[in-house]
Design a binder for this molecule. Structure first.
Ligand SMILES: O=C[C@H](O)[C@H](O)COP(=O)(O)O
Ligand SMILES: C=C(OP(=O)(O)O)C(=O)O
Length: 350
């Protein structure tokens, strides 16, 4: 390497363990792998309308405390079983946070929340939590934001998302084309739905690109394409969960050859960042299900043990079970919203 021209802006480089090395420490049990495979199929069936239940991806905006996340998972598991005839409940387990400018980028990037960036520990904690969830048969939904870190845990994920800030990125469309789980693409923060429909098209095709293998070598990956990509409406300058916006988005994707049902994100711009409004969004979607179920795959909801959010701080200073990124519904509201949706969905089951 030419020392005068390379690494001019690199402060330090630290070697990491490979995904394969982490898998030795934290293996996915064969029985749990079978359940994840089955859940991915069930989710794909919902997205393609082969199963009329609603998919619900619900959980904290971000994971910062695995202990609280597990307590949340145990409570959610009760509702997952209770409503299994009408809802496929998947826990939102987000370790990678996209930022509008700067800010904490999630448990994997900075697990101690103090700019120490112990990514090796973050990956261990993330995979450990995902294995704990797999053991209790709670499926996990994650956003794939980083182009590399997914290699360390994607085998444990039942549903994936590409966020509003990366849906237009070719790299993320390529990754989605090779992911083993169904993947939802959010519309852009500008409200543009077209880029997400383009993303579904791109992800459904095979791609060839470079990525690290499980052993950590750079390799040429050729993907088969992901036929289980779908749209997530998350709002833009104004909400877009209303009937007209849904119909417009659905017709646009059908015109491009895709009739996957669409997920509605009840948070973000659809709640105008007021976490309580998620209840209104769910109630509205539930009321429309009888006439719009052929277009609606389900909802995403941001929820935690404790309502609202708090500023990031040292782990000891934080309120247990409360979000440090977007504000979330608390547990009682969570139960209420799931009951509303389950009731509406159960009326459509035969
Ligand atoms: O979902 C979380 C946030 O909305 C997203 O990560 C952007 O966060 P920011 O605008 O606070 O950076
Ligand atoms: C960042 C998120 O959403 P969006 O990409 O829609 O902003 C999220 O779901 O955490």
């Amino acid at each position: 390497m030419n020392n005068a021209t390379s690494d001019v802006r690199i402060d330090s480089i630290v070697a990491m363990q490979s995904p394969a090395e982490l898998f030795v420490e934290l293996p996915l049990h064969i029985d749990h792998a079978g359940i994840i495979t089955q859940t991915r199929r069930d989710i794909a069936d919902i997205i393609h309308g082969r199963n009329s239940r609603q998919l619900v991806v619900i959980g904290p905006c971000s994971i910062h405390d695995p202990v609280a996340a597990l307590e949340y998972a145990h409570k959610l598991q009760v509702l997952r079983e209770q409503y299994s005839d009408s809802l496929e409940i998947v826990m939102r387990v987000y370790f990678e946070k996209p930022r509008t400018t700067i800010g904490w980028k999630g448990l994997i990037n900075d697990p101690h929340m103090d700019n120490s960036f112990q990514i090796d520990e973050g990956l261990f904690m993330a995979r450990k939590l995902l294995l704990d969830l797999a053991q209790m048969h709670m499926p996990a939904g994650c956003e794939f934001l980083d182009a590399v870190t997914g290699q360390y845990y994607a085998d444990t994920v039942s549903w994936g998302a590409i966020g509003a800030r990366t849906t237009e990125s070719q790299v993320h469309r390529e990754i989605a084309s090779g992911l083993s789980c169904p993947v939802g693409f959010k519309n852009a923060t500008s409200g543009d739905v077209g880029i997400a429909i383009d993303a579904i098209q791109a992800a459904s095709h095979p791609h060839a690109f470079l990525s690290p293998t499980e052993e950590g070598r750079i390799a040429l990956f050729k993907t088969k394409g992901n036929e289980d990509a779908h749209l997530i409406l998350r709002g833009g300058p104004t909400p877009n969960y209303d009937s007209q916006s849904l119909r417009d988005a659905y017709d646009r994707q059908v015109a491009q050859g895709f009739n996957q049902r669409i997920m509605i994100d009840c948070s973000h711009a659809n709640s105008q960042k007021d976490h309580k409004r998620q209840i209104e969004v769910v109630t509205d979607v539930a009321a429309r299900l009888s006439s719009e179920a052929s277009m609606i795959a389900g909802v995403m909801i941001e929820s935690h043990l404790v309502e609202g959010k708090q500023s990031i701080g040292s782990p000891e200073s934080l309120n247990y079970g409360q979000s440090i990124t977007d504000a979330c519904l608390g547990w009682e509201d969570t139960e209420r919203t799931l009951e509303i949706l389950a009731e509406a969905s159960s009326r459509l089951q035969h």
